[in-house]
Design a protein around this ligand. Sequence first.
Ligand SMILES: *Cc1c(COP(=O)(O)O)cnc(C)c1O
Length: 396
Amino acid sequence: MESEQSAAAIVDAVREIYGYDFVPLHRPVFAGAEKANLAACIDSNFVSSVGEKVTAFEASIAAFTGSRFAVATVNGTAALHVGLILAGVERGDEVISQALTFVATCNAISYIGAHPVFVDVDRETMGLGATALKQFLSATVRLTDGRAYNRVTGRRIAACVPMHSFGLACEIEEIADLCAGYGIPVVEDAAESLGSYVGKRHTGTFGLIGTYSFNGNKIITTGGGGMIVTDDEIIARRAKHLTTTAKTPHPYEFVHDEVGFNYRMPNLNAALGCAQMDQLPGFLRLKRAVADYYHDRLADIGAGFIKEREGTRANYWLNALCLPDAAARDAVLNACNDAGVMTRPVWRLMSSLPMFRDCMHDGLEVSRWLEKRIVNIPSSVPDAVIADGPLGPYLA
Ligand SMILES: *Cc1c(COP(=O)(O)O)cnc(C)c1O
């Protein structure tokens, strides 16, 4: 099919479920107790960093993901930053991640003074590839006293940060096994994958530490916010301590025992989070219906629709199409955006950004291949879904 026809088919499919005004890529839905929770917060005077909503939101994320502990943070980047510190990453270390990711993953590594190292992604999941990682580790790592060092740079490889792109679970079990063999802790960037699973296990719970984001464009939002999850009680306590200015408990004295961060989530944001968590199962059901609808509607346009891998369950946070080449992608981007249907290409590879240009990387063949072809299409939770509408058949 010509790119023009592909674009027209995408615009039609999008408009049938999202209507005829401008269609954003992803907008939040506040159809629960958000306003009531916010009002209750304001009335209680607990709007800032201490409050029962923070505790309730943490408990809700822990229960939903099956983590023993959850610590709320001011955003997902802060969660990653502290997660990496708690995994033992120090200045001058290296951290393995993927070039195909949102910049926050690599910024967090850089805040510590550590260096990202980019390993290729897998074509099906768009997340860190187990095969590429295995090759990289066996070619590059020297083990000394149970610690992994990069033979080429001499630096310690202190952590690995796989990311579940657009809510598609990456090969996290294989990645966790590989890293365990080299004594490399895994910090999962699960910012995009709340509600995504491998088997019955939630993404973000395979590594030592997992992190989530509740930015305005994520599957649930707290305005801005993040979460650190772990099964390790000491790490959880340290996470709370470090994100709350490292203040030692005392009824009135201010004593801090190390340089901490003001990374806590305000109670107001957590109040939103509690209301959003109540709606998450419904959001997931509707997003799956949207994905199934797109999959069928766009089957003939010459673009691959990226589906969840067998044995995994995606949250379908952002749906992605894979166009035949960069020219076809650009034609679709231009035509859809001109028609008021927001679409966007995948992130520029981190390895091409000025601040990460000198970072070590493998061949990144799949990352480069995907970078030219992937387009995200509108994926919000749709408003009123009626049984005899286009999504009806997908909501069985
Ligand atoms: C959203 C996101 C983050 C964290 O973003 P914040 O805006 O700081 O909450 C981190 N990594 C990825 C891959 C993301 O998509």
